[in-house]
Design a protein around this ligand. Structure first.
Ligand code: A2P
Length: 285
């Protein structure tokens, strides 16, 4: 497949297609100035990104919607050029809540549709107004659910998921790999005892050869094996850097070398919810 900055979409079974590179938009709302997401999404669209990954629970979905609408109004893009993925939060899993929750997201975005709507996490919390419902001891109140394993998958050179990827290839399923750069290493939800991906000597050495960063090598590796990536960045230089991955390609030998870096390191372990009956990460995928 010839991946270019203008066209790096892969087909989906329903006739639609998804760009292999998207912009992630999760940033800690307490530490991120208002408006950063708006600016970043606008810069990303100007850079050439056509896939934006967001969620109600990121508290900035209105900024994503505003950025997309502003760029449509400027005439830079049409709505159908953009692939937007939204997410159903843990407190809204009961089937009767799915549609109204999606409608709420559309209202926040002020858009008519989303291109993909996925289950944020397969662990339901008690429905209600509180996003993190807690009991008198401050513990999250879980909720029963009978979800099938509808799931998005962490995927990067330290967690290459060969078995899952092969299964998905056989069944024409496209994987979206979150945390393709190894996360922001926020210790409230990330296992920071795992080695930082972007410091990896092999990724850096291959990067030197192509005059690219370890991040660009990690992203190129994923899209070259058909895994969609959604690196988050609210830094204009890094938003652009992450898009400069269509002017080179990795050799088969380099792809194998990177595949061999796999350490089954899952950065996003969400250990604080490991006693949830549906905690997903004890299962082999
Ligand atoms: P920043 O927004 O300051 O660029 P995630 O795993 O959620 O996608 O997050 C990726 C993390 O890596 C973010 O903290 C982001 O921070 C940072 N980042 C994004 N692009 C790069 C890059 N090219 N090099 C180094 N760090 C990056």
């Amino acid at each position: 497949m010839n991946l270019t900055a203008e066209n790096h979409r892969v087909p989906l079974s329903d006739g639609n297609s998804i760009p292999l590179l998207g912009l992630g938009t999760y940033a800690d709302p307490q530490k991120t100035p208002k408006g950063s997401c708006l600016e970043s999404v606008k810069i990303a669209i100007d850079t050439g990104y056509r896939h934006i990954d967001g969620a109600f629970v990121y508290y900035n979905e209105h900024e994503v919607g505003q950025a997309i609408r502003e760029k449509i109004a400027e005439g830079r893009i049409k709505r159908e050029d953009i692939f937007y993925c939204g997410k159903l939060w843990n407190t809204c899993h009961p089937p009767e809540l799915v549609r109204p929750t999606l409608e709420k997201t559309l209202k926040i975005l002020q858009l008519d549709y989303v291109d993909l709507y996925i289950i944020e996490l397969p662990m339901a919390f008690k429905p209600g107004d509180a996003i993190y419902p807690k009991d008198e001891n401050g513990k999250i109140i879980y909720h029963e659910t009978d979800l099938c394993a509808t799931w998005e998958v962490e995927c990067h050179p330290y967690f290459t998921q060969p078995k899952l990827l092969e299964f998905c290839r056989q069944h024409d399923i496209v994987i979206v790999g979150y945390s393709p750069l190894g996360t922001s290493r926020d210790e409230t939800w990330v296992n920071v005892s795992s080695p930082p991906l972007l410091k990896d000597p092999v990724l850096n050495a291959i990067g030197k050869k192509y005059n690219k960063t370890a991040a660009q090598i990690a992203l190129r590796f994923s899209i070259q094996r058909g895994v969609v990536v959604i690196p988050k960045s609210f830094n204009p230089q890094r938003i652009k850097e992450n898009f400069q991955i269509f002017d080179f390609s990795l050799t088969e030998k380099e792809m194998k070398e990177i595949e061999a870096l796999n350490k089954n390191v899952r950065y996003v372990e969400l250990l604080m919810w490991r006693d949830h009956p549906e905690y997903p990460f004890s299962d082999e995928y």
